[in-house]
Design a protein around this ligand. Structure first.
Ligand SMILES: [Fe+2]
Ligand SMILES: [Fe+2]
Length: 170
């Protein structure tokens, strides 16, 4: 009998079962990691098409703000309830506030200026570091172990619904 897991060749975030990322993330953690990949792709798109800033920036901004705020509202309060993940949640929310401040600075800067380019580079670096912290520095894997896979799957719909609402208002 074949012994291999029933993995398809589709990228992480496929809605086909099993909903398991390559790092073993499920439910909300897999969905959020998938959103990190989508933002990284948008970053690359903007970097390769500087003339499309005016179109791409609002899209990136909406993705980032809704992603981060849905995490802060729905996921990290759950993680704050557990001793093992409490400090991670506090650290996360500090970084999320720094990200908001950076986005506000970009909003206040002329698209055509070198300052905007410098700030955008800083944003890419900040977000990349933040996403790595969540995925690779073990926030998500630790959180998944602590809250359990069932809760991770349950939280998925809640976080997505909040993200959707935030997308509509940003
Ligand atoms: Fe985050
Ligand atoms: Fe995230």
């Amino acid at each position: 009998m074949p012994n291999r897991p029933n993995q398809t060749s589709t990228a992480r975030g496929s809605k086909e079962t099993p909903i398991t990322g390559p790092e073993g993330l499920v439910g909300v953690f897999n969905t959020l990691a998938d959103q990190h990949d989508q933002v990284a792709a948008l970053f690359e798109q903007l970097e390769s098409q500087p003339e499309s800033r005016a179109i791409l920036w609002p899209q990136i901004r909406r993705e980032l703000v809704s992603h981060e705020h849905s995490e802060v509202r729905e996921l990290y309060p759950v993680l704050r309830q557990f001793e093992e993940t409490r400090a991670l949640a506090d650290h996360h929310d500090e970084e999320a506030r720094a990200l908001d401040a950076l986005i506000a600075r970009l909003d206040a800067t002329d698209f055509q200026s070198d300052d905007w380019t410098d700030l955008f580079d800083e944003l890419v670096e900040t977000v990349t570091h933040h996403a790595k912290d969540e995925e690779e520095a073990k926030i998500f894997p630790t959180a998944q172990r602590v809250i359990g896979e069932t809760r991770a799957v349950e939280l998925d719909a809640k976080v997505l619904a909040t993200k959707q609402k935030l997308m509509e208002s940003h």
